[in-house]
Structure formats: C-alpha cells, structure tokens
Design a protein around this ligand. Structure first.
Ligand code: UD1
Length: 368
C-alpha cells in the first residue's frame, strides 16, 4: 500500500477514535452572515474552519468569535479563488461539508465593475467546486461532497407577485444578482452530472440585526448601501438623515416592501440545512425569510419604537434597480427543514442598535 494511502487511513482512524467535533469549512466565515453562522455551528457541536481573505471583513472578528464561544477559532487566511490552497485546506481539515458564503455583494459596485463580480463570485464558486471534486469525488476519498450555498432572493429578479415561492422564474436586475443566478445554474449542472453531490441552496431575503452580545454585527465598508446599517448610522449621528428611496411604489404607504430576517434566524438556517443534507442526502433549494413584508417606513417606525432614537428621513427618488415588493413564502423551509424565523422586526432593530452603540466605528475601533 502506498505510504500516502496508509497515512490517510491512519488519519481517519485517529479522527474516529478521538472525540473531535466534525468539521465544516465556512468560506467567508469572518463576514456578517459567516460570523453569526460560526457561533450557531459551534453551539450545535460542529467545528467550523473559517476560510477568509478579509477583503470585506475585519480580522478583529476572529477574537470576538473566540470570546463568544469560549474557544480558539480555526482560521485559514486565504482566497477561495486559489484552488490549490482550497484543496490543501480541505485535505488537512477533512470537513464533512462546506458552507460557501465568500463573495462580493455590493449591488452598486457590481454595476460599475461587473468583471470583478464575475471573477470573485463565479470564479470563486468554480474554484471551490473543483477543489471539492478533487478531494471528495475519487473513490475511497472523504465521501460524497456536501455544500450549502448562500444564494439570494435577488435571483427572483422583479417578481410578478408576492409572496415568492421557490419555483418562481429566476432572473436578475444587476451583475451581482446575475452571479448568484449563474452559480445556482452551475450547481444544477454539477448535480445533474454527478448525483453524489448533496447541495442545499439558501435564498436569503434581507438579513438584519446582530448577535445579542453585540460583539459581532454588520460592519459595511464606507457608506452603507442597505437599509438597517444606514438607519443605525443615522441614529448614532454618523449620517445626517435617511433617504427613503421612492414614495410612489404600489404598496400601502408608497415605500418599498421587503422581508427582513434576523441574522440569528438566518444563521440557524445554515445549521438545519447542513443537518438535513447529512440526514437525507437529498439536495434542495429553500427561501430563508419570515413571510412578512415591511415597508421602509414600517422599519423606521419599528426602529424608533425599539430604540427611542429619532430618525430624520426624506423621501427621495427611487433607487434604480429596486423592486416594489419582495417577500418570501417560507413554507418549503418549514416543511423540509423544520425551520422558521422566530425573531421580530423590533428585535432586529434593537440588536442592530445595540451593536452600533457598542461599536460606533464598527470593528475598527469598537469599544466592546
Ligand atoms: C439589496 C440588494 C440585493 C441584495 C441585498 C443584500 C439592491 C437593489 N438589492 O436588497 O440584491 O441581495 O441587498 O442584503 O441593492 N432603502 C432606502 N434607503 C436606503 C437604503 C435602502 O430607502 O438608504 C430601501 C430600499 O429602497 C428598499 C429597502 O430599503 O426598499 C431595502 O433596501 P436594501 O437594504 O438595500 O435591500 P434590498 O434592496 O432589498
């Protein structure tokens, strides 16, 4: 028997007898969604290995995660586009699966620099999938490849009606959304060609809020593009007022309606998705949303009620590319995974605000 194969067997025997928690590779694990998912995985007895290049996240996250969970963090600093590196990470940690969150996500930037997005998001997914193929697919290797992919409600483009079910036609309104759609299509093709793959596609609606400890939260680079971090920065005085994009949509109060989901619920969704793939071996695509739509003015009101802070706002022109309404029918996630969102919009506002107050400049000079 070749020495390498012998070493491999010894390694697996060691893993079986040592009571080591099963590992999961978490790409983009230092980001907003990744950091909250990390905590939920550890709480579930799973050991996440973070792969992150910190292009859009802060290294301080790692210490905060150790603080919350009370144990050191396994970190592989590097780029998901670097396929030999990803292969090496997979061979060394032998994770039971991969949760792939790494990627770029700023819609406006994707319109200005589409190639950056095609390269990082689509290129990153190809690199990861090929590394997984090389490590998991050969007979006698680690076992069937298992992947949870972070997709987005953006793959519904401009939906004809709401609530949105998973079988709505897919589309896109910008290059960022296009990359999510292409990756979903790639995953369809991979699964068709190689049925051993177990793939869970999670279509997120609008994540908001923070961990109740306020040690981790959303820390966007520059001026926030998304509503909740913009609101908290207005409330803390970093920005003068909220611009409400459009007051003439065909919605009850004329402002855009979205499905805001607490980051803790979203993070839970990853753990249950992983468990379901391991238990059933069946691939799936599910919406992760609450099923409730709130307008921009509903969110402003909930924020003021939850925090007692005034939020000056002005209604301005519509933002190009925005849709009037977007909210989920989350019943498939409940039926398949037994998952449903539990937190209210008020909790999202209160937790986002606590994070902002304790970390007025985000991770850079946070006081937590
Ligand atoms: C946006 C992206 C979406 C991405 C998601 C990630 C666009 C067009 N879409 O979704 O592809 O998956 O973020 O979280 O950017 N709003 C204001 N003022 C602001 C900011 C937002 O009025 O300063 C309004 C928007 O018009 C919208 C709602 O708030 O009605 C939510 O906006 P946002 O948080 O940017 O999320 P989406 O646009 O739904």
């Amino acid at each position: 028997m070749p020495l390498v194969a012998f070493a491999h067997i010894l390694f697996h025997l060691y893993k079986k007898v040592s009571h080591q928690a099963p590992r999961i590779l978490l790409t983009g694990g230092a980001g907003y969604i990744g950091s909250h998912t990390f905590v939920k995985l550890r709480e579930a007895g799973i050991e996440p290995v973070i792969l992150d290049n910190f292009a859009n996240s802060h290294p301080a996250v790692v210490d905060r995660l150790a603080q919350i969970t009370g144990a050191p963090v396994l970190l592989e600093r590097g780029d998901v586009l670097d396929q030999p590196f990803v292969e090496d990470v997979l061979r060394r940690h032998a994770p039971a699966g991969v949760i792939h969150l790494a990627g770029d996500k700023a819609v406006g930037e994707s319109v200005a620099q589409p190639l950056k997005y095609f390269r990082s998001n689509i290129g990153g997914a190809i690199s990861l999938l090929q590394a997984m193929e090389a490590v998991y697919l050969p007979v006698g290797a680690l076992g069937a490849p298992l992947l949870v992919f972070s997709s987005s409600a953006t793959v519904y483009g401009d939906p004809a009606t709401v609530p949105i079910t998973e079988d709505f036609p897919r589309g896109h309104t910008d290059p960022y959304g296009h990359t999510k759609l292409v990756i979903e299509e790639m995953l369809d093709a991979v699964r068709a060609a190689q049925p051993a793959w177990r793939i869970g596609v999670l279509r997120y609606f609008n994540p908001a809020g923070a961990h109740p400890s306020a040690l981790i939260g959303e820390d966007p680079n520059g001026t926030p593009a998304n509503l909740m971090p913009y609101l908290t920065q207005v409330a803390i005085g970093r920005l003068p007022h909220l611009r409400v994009f459009g007051g003439d949509y065909p919605t009850p109060d004329g402002t855009g309606v979205r499905d805001y989901i607490h980051i803790q619920d979203l993070a839970d969704g990853h753990v249950v998705a992983l468990r379901a793939l391991q238990r059933t071996g069946e691939s799936f695509t599910v919406n992760l949303g609450t099923g409730r739509g709130y307008s921009v003015l509903d969110v402003v009101k909930a924020f003021v009620d939850a925090t007692g802070r005034p939020v000056p706002y002005r209604i301005v022109d519509r933002r190009p590319g925005d849709v009037a309404q977007c909210y989920a029918d989350p019943s498939r996630a409940k039926a398949l995974l037994g998952w449903e969102a539990r937190h209210t919009l008020e909790q999202m506002c209160a937790d986002a605000w606590r994070w902002q107050q304790r970390n007025p400049q985000g991770y850079a000079t946070g006081a937590a």
